[in-house]
Structures are given as structure tokens and as C-alpha cells.
Design a protein around this ligand. Structure first.
Ligand SMILES: [Zn+2]
Length: 235
């Protein structure tokens, strides 16, 4: 995208996204009130900023740690969930190893995140990550969904909204998780992993570091979650 257009887009986009979010939330809250007293049970949005502490995840060319971008977006998403009075759980609120820092292993870390998410009542799990590719050319968002009920729907909504707002030229589609992804293959609730962009791509990396862009990402995630909840009545 032309640099000037990109600059203008970055100023306008968060406002447009937030305006859409407010409208979505308005209708969603209205719908929840309509169903009060019915058997509709509240969900808990579980927000998982990937990596953290001794595990920085992918590292950008300038030394930016994926774990820090994940956390920044997750904190904004949690703030929006609080704003709308949604039950929520943020798995880490700062730069830390989630479980067993003394005896860290990647497997134990993933197991721990799975246990924390599973312990919630009606969890809807959203894992936030950034992608990495050796050539540096790949860019854009990618959403991966679990096999559990509702995951594909949530993943499809999330992917469509992210691509539509931020990467309109992308031809990617939401994809099912392989068994290699421990958390997504062990959770039975609606569960997705969102790769917001590539830290290995210089343009993506500059965007991903920007607070306004992070706000856009969080707002799109929030709007997508609300859209999913509006479509779903779990009994
Ligand atoms: Zn990651």
C-alpha cells in the first residue's frame, strides 16, 4: 500500500473499527437482555497472549519479541471485554512465564494454558500470536481453528474481519488446526489461534508495534467475538 494511504488508513481505521464495534456491542447487549431468564449461559472469553517470560516467541529483525506484541494486543482486548461487561480471563498480564518458571518446558507451558482455559465456565479461547517466515515476504493475518464445536465459525468470522479490515489483498482463509498445535487439539470449547501478522515482514512489524494498530487488532477481535456470541446460543 502507498505510504501516504497507509498513514491515513492507520488514523481512520481504529475509529471506523471502534464505531463498528460499538454498534455490534449495542445490538449484542440488546439481544442478551432479550434472552435474560432463558437457558442461555454466559461465556467467558479466555485471552491468551502467546509465549512470555523466558519464551519470547518469534523475534523481529530489530529485536522485537513476539511475546510483547501478543501481550499489548491482549491487554487492549481485555480492556474492551471489561468495557462491555463480558466475563473474561487474561492468562498473563505482564511479561512472565505462565507456569513452572523454574522447570520450564514448552510442553508444560502449553499444558498449563490448556488447563487454565478448560477450568473456566463456558470458555471461548482466543490465542494471540505473531507469525514468522524465513524469506520475509509473507505478510498478513492467519486464523487457525480447533475441531471443537463453534471453533470453525469463530475462526471464520475472525479471519474474515481481520483480512477485510487490515489485509484486503490477502487470499488466505481460516484453516483447521493440525494435531501439532497442542492447545487447539486438546480444548473442546470454541478455540482459535490468531496470527496477527508476520514479525519477519518489515511492514507488518512496523504496524504490529504501533499502539493504534494494536487497538485495531483488538477491536476487530472484540467485534468478531461479539458477532460469534450473537450467532450462538449454547444450552
Ligand atoms: Zn507464537
Amino acid at each position: 500500500m502507498d505510504t501516504k494511504l497507509r498513514g491515513i488508513g492507520q488514523k481512520i481505521l481504529p475509529l471506523a473499527v471502534l464505531a463498528g464495534l460499538v454498534l455490534t456491542a449495542f445490538f449484542t447487549i440488546g439481544k442478551k437482555q432479550d434472552t435474560a431468564g432463558s437457558s442461555h449461559e454466559r461465556s467467558t472469553i479466555v485471552i491468551d497472549p502467546g509465549h512470555g517470560g523466558i519464551d519470547g516467541g518469534a523475534i523481529g529483525a530489530d529485536g522485537t519479541r513476539e511475546s510483547d506484541i501478543n501481550l499489548a494486543v491482549a491487554l487492549k482486548l481485555r480492556a474492551m471485554a471489561e468495557l462491555y461487561g463480558l466475563d473474561n480471563l487474561l492468562l498473563r498480564q505482564d511479561d512472565r512465564t505462565l507456569c513452572d518458571a523454574e522447570e520450564y518446558s514448552e510442553h508444560r507451558d502449553l499444558e498449563c494454558r490448556t488447563e487454565l482455559a478448560s477450568a473456566e465456565l463456558n470458555p471461548v479461547y482466543i490465542s494471540i500470536h505473531q507469525n514468522d517466515f524465513p524469506t520475509g515476504q509473507a505478510s498478513g493475518a492467519q486464523v487457525i481453528y480447533a475441531a471443537g464445536e463453534g471453533s470453525e465459525e469463530l475462526g471464520t468470522i475472525m479471519h474474515r474481519n481481520l483480512i477485510g479490515a487490515l489485509y484486503p489483498k490477502s487470499r488466505r482463509v481460516a484453516e483447521p488446526a493440525t494435531r501439532k498445535l497442542y492447545i487447539l487439539s486438546h480444548l473442546t470449547c470454541p478455540a482459535i489461534l490468531v496470527e496477527c501478522g508476520f514479525v519477519s515482514n518489515s511492514i507488518d512489524l512496523e504496524n504490529l508495534k504501533r499502539p493504534t494498530y494494536q487497538t485495531s487488532l483488538a477491536a476487530i477481535m472484540m467485534g468478531s467475538y461479539l458477532q460469534f456470541e450473537q450467532n450462538t446460543v449454547r444450552i
